[in-house]
Design a protein around this ligand. Structure first.
Ligand SMILES: NC(=O)c1ccc[n+]([C@@H]2O[C@H](COP(=O)([O-])OP(=O)(O)OC[C@H]3O[C@@H](n4cnc5c(N)ncnc54)[C@H](O)[C@@H]3O)[C@@H](O)[C@H]2O)c1
Length: 261
């Protein structure tokens, strides 16, 4: 999508971290931004430091009725949404499957996967009818490779987001709507603290995180570039392929085995 033609972006989880980096990158290109977030304090804080090009709306992406309200409010102010960034998410909970608290598993799936599907339910048909627009869904490197103990529930949701995005891209392509899946590696944000604020569970998770030399602002620029190019996958880190290749090689070995059996 030619971003010079885009007028309005709606970004969930836009009041912090990667969502805010994306909001700033699009605003720098002249796009008006609705930042939608569950956290009213973060919304207030962000809006206090930004101009009229930004509006905030409180939205819990799990709440389908609230999506309709947020959409109506956003479009009344800035017109039809050209870019939907389905980004709100919470962190892994650090629990292995056998020890999983079902409530924690459900919360991760409800926010990190169903919250994104809800965004498509709210905006997808309108975009398809207008025949233009772009949707970015935030997955993760954990949506391309699995197998880190304690990250499993998160990975289930993020693989779902990757798969959703691949399918949606095929469905939307004939109608002129682009779809990208953002698969970030580790970037330092408030993900752990924000997860706890909404009642989430992050046992063991935060202690293990390495340093990151990629910032939310860098990710914002990568996403803007990815939208311009209608990239199917937007990766933020250079070290993703070995993990993906290992998984693909295992699948290929199974295919070869069956072919030769
Ligand atoms: N930071 C990383 O290393 C990393 C890596 C891969 C993927 N991601 C993904 O990037 C996305 C953004 O995470 P971040 O690191 O910027 O974290 P962050 O906590 O800084 O930002 C996430 C925002 O989403 C909001 N949010 C959470 N649940 C919500 C809900 N139900 N409805 C609306 N808003 C909600 C939070 O209030 C917060 O403002 C998430 O989907 C996360 O899984 C992050």
């Amino acid at each position: 999508m030619d971003l010079s033609q885009a007028k309005h972006a709606f970004i969930t989880g836009g009041a912090s971290g990667l969502g805010l980096g994306i909001a700033d990158a699009l605003a720098r290109r002249g796009v008006a931004v609705t930042i939608a977030d569950i956290n009213e304090d973060s919304l207030k804080e962000v809006l206090a430091t930004r101009g009229n090009q930004f509006r905030g709306v409180r939205l819990d992406t799990r709440d389908r009725e609230n999506w309709q309200k947020a959409k109506a409010e956003a479009e009344a102010a800035f017109g039809p949404v050209d870019i939907l960034v389905n980004n709100a998410g919470i962190s892994p909970n650090g629990r292995e499957f056998a020890d999983m608290d079902p409530e924690s598993f459900d919360r991760i799936l409800a926010i990190n996967l169903v919250g994104i599907v809800n965004g498509i339910f709210a905006f997808g048909a309108d975009m398809r009818e207008r025949g233009n627009g772009h949707i970015v869904n935030t997955s993760s490197q954990a949506g391309l490779t699995a197998g880190i103990p304690g990250v499993g529930a998160y990975s289930v949701a993020k693989f779902g987001v990757t798969s959703l995005s691949e399918g949606l891209r095929v469905e939307m392509e004939p109608h002129g709507v682009g779809v990208s899946v953002l698969c970030p590696g580790y970037v330092q944000t408030n993900l752990g603290a924000n997860t706890v604020k909404i009642g989430g569970d992050i046992r063991q998770y935060t202690a293990a995180m390495p340093e990151s030399d990629v910032t939310p602002a860098d990710v914002g620029e990568m996403v803007a570039e990815g939208i311009e190019q209608n990239a199917a996958y937007i990766l933020t880190h250079k070290d993703v392929w070995p993990g993906v290749e290992k998984r693909m090689n295992a699948i290929k070995a199974a295919c070869d085995y069956r072919r030769n059996a």
